[in-house]
Design a protein around this ligand. Structure first.
Ligand code: MCA
Ligand code: AMP
Length: 478
């Protein structure tokens, strides 16, 4: 990557850049807002951004990027333990939030800066901060592992630019596109693809705030061309469109519907095609790798697959029984997905990254190649990762939170299939004393993000263990 992350800022077109329920900015207005704040940030090591799905949060991120300061998006729904961990781990010099935001006490030790709501003046120079080198960290995005607290994946400016350019190639994504979505801004999907994507292209984002078919139809009617969502969005959309043929016809005028972060079922794919006439494109990636594979816009998708590797990205399958790292690709069976390429993260903050000796990242996902060269994902190696509504949840983190409750003697957390969420969190608990299911769920929702709370608690007298006393989750009564 040479040149700026957002080339359109050099000669801003006179049209909308960011449209959110709380306000909108045109391309000429965007740098004015961002620069006013960026000047205050210059020289900071890292800055946290209270990442609500709002214009102010998007401006805060852009300001940090223009100032060359790595931004750490904070999940506004994060619980106490998560916020304490992220603040201690990322050690931001400041936290950016919209004026008047009531920030939790876990952030009280961090200097607070307000993101300006009003334009100060037009015509600020966009090259005021220069262009940092491509390996400069742009974002630190926290993502859950199987055990322990979330890890901060460091994403460089070059990785983000390379990935967004490869997606532009796959989806013919241009400055004429208006992206529509309702994704949160503290993960790669909503932030990198969903905000930085349209800004890199010189196009526009129309964020819905919350997702429903009426709002989506309204946004497509207003010029939206490209729609991003997680399978839970598309599952709900299909159900709503069954009784709203007008909205279905309007949404069918979009150029492309794209699903990612979890698997879209074949049933929902077929329903949406029947209702809107559009075949949803799936793409696959991780916080650490950005997007690896995608179904292209110029080819009919192969439902049940996540498309082919993006240009410049290497994806290989390592046979499940492979004992070494240097195994060749296999095209005739299942393997674990490994990836290498320009969009790989630079490592975890304060933690080693688990790459192979020759630089491959082990995703932990299991898949096979189809004859056409597309990747079909069939599952994950770790039972301790749960994908609920597109959020990756670590079973270990939820188990640790439950063990902090005095009534919990032993616990095992798993994901079970769920029509709406893909998987839902279920906790098997050996209770030390009588306790209500609701109390345990609320306890988790205080320490962690509320969507990490168990949807169901199953009380058992003991957990299945092997001869060495190790928990065997596969033997839990499902
Ligand atoms: C909300 N709730 C959930 C979830 N979301 N429970 C379990 N799993 C969830 N994912 C609960 C809340 O805790 C709350 O319950 C109740 O549902 C209503 O909350 P609300 O926010 O209104 O929910 P919603 O609007 O129905 O949210 C569903 C959602 C959301 C919009 C699909 O889950 C979502 O935004 N998912 C996107 C995830 C995402 O962006 N993933 C990207 C990471 P209570 O009040 O009782 O607590 S993956 C990634 O970045 C990689 C690179 C990739 O491939 O994309
Ligand atoms: P995260 O760590 O939150 O970035 O989530 C990354 C994980 O999401 C991947 O390892 C996959 O398990 C899953 N994922 C992302 N996109 C897809 C997809 N299109 N189909 C199935 N799983 C997906």
């Amino acid at each position: 990557m040479t040149g700026p992350l957002f080339p359109a800022l050099l000669d801003p077109p006179d049209r909308a850049a960011l449209v959110f329920p709380d306000g909108a900015l045109t391309w000429p207005e965007l740098p004015v807002h961002a620069h006013a704040l960026g000047a205050e940030l210059a020289g900071s090591r890292r800055v946290a951004v209270w990442a609500t799905p709002s214009l102010t949060s998007a401006v805060g991120i852009v300001a940090a990027l223009l100032a060359g300061v790595p931004a750490v998006p904070l999940n506004p729904r994060a619980g106490l333990r998560e916020l304490e961990h992220v603040i201690a781990d990322a050690a931001p010099d400041a936290v950016l939030a919209a004026p008047g935001t009531d920030l939790p006490t876990a952030l009280s030790s961090v200097r607070r800066l307000s993101i300006p709501r009003e334009s100060l003046r037009r015509g600020a120079r966009v090259d005021r901060f220069g262009t940092p080198p491509p390996d400069t960290p742009a974002l630190v995005v926290y993502t859950s592992g199987t055990t322990g607290p979330p890890k901060g994946a460091v994403l460089s400016r070059g990785a983000i630019a390379a990935n967004l350019d490869a997606l532009a190639d796959a989806w013919a994504w241009t400055a004429d596109d208006v992206l529509v979505h309702a994704l949160p801004l503290f993960h790669v999907h909503g932030l990198v693809l969903g905000v930085l994507g349209p800004l890199r292209r010189g196009g526009a984002l129309r964020h819905l705030g919350t997702f429903d078919s009426e709002k989506l139809a309204g946004a497509v009617d207003a010029g939206g061309t490209l729609v991003f969502g997680v399978p839970t969005h598309y599952h709900r959309l299909a159900a709503e469109l069954e009784t709203d043929p007008r909205a279905a016809a309007t949404i069918g005028r979009a150029r492309l519907l794209v699903s990612g972060s979890a698997a879209l079922t074949a049933v929902d794919h077929a329903r949406l095609q029947r209702l809107t006439g559009l075949a949803v494109r799936e793409r696959y990636g991780l916080t650490e790798t950005l997007i690896l594979t995608a179904a292209r816009a110029d080819e009919p998708p192969e439902p049940g697959t996540v498309g082919r590797p993006l240009a410049g990205t290497d994806v290989r399958l390592v046979p499940l029984d492979a004992a070494t790292d240097d195994t060749d690709d296999t095209d005739d069976g299942l393997g674990t997905v490994e990836a290498r390429g320009p969009a790989l993260f630079s490592g975890y903050l304060n933690r080693p990254a688990d790459l192979t000796a020759d630089g491959w990242f082990r995703t932990g996902d299991v898949g096979r190649w189809t004859p056409s060269g597309a990747l079909a994902l069939v599952g994950r190696q770790a039972t301790d990762l749960i994908k609920s509504g597109g959020f990756k949840l670590g079973a270990g983190e939820i188990e640790n939170a439950l063990l902090e409750h005095p009534a919990v003697a032993e616990v095992a957390v798993v994901g079970v299939p769920d029509d709406d969420l893909g998987e839902r969190v279920v906790a098997y608990v050996v209770a030390a004393e009588p306790v209500a299911e609701r109390e345990l769920a609320d306890h988790v929702a205080t320490l962690l993000a509320s969507y990490k709370r168990p949807r169901e608690v199953r009380f058992v007298t003991e957990l299945p263990r092997n001869d060495l006393g190790k928990l065997v989750k596969a033997r839990l009564p499902r």
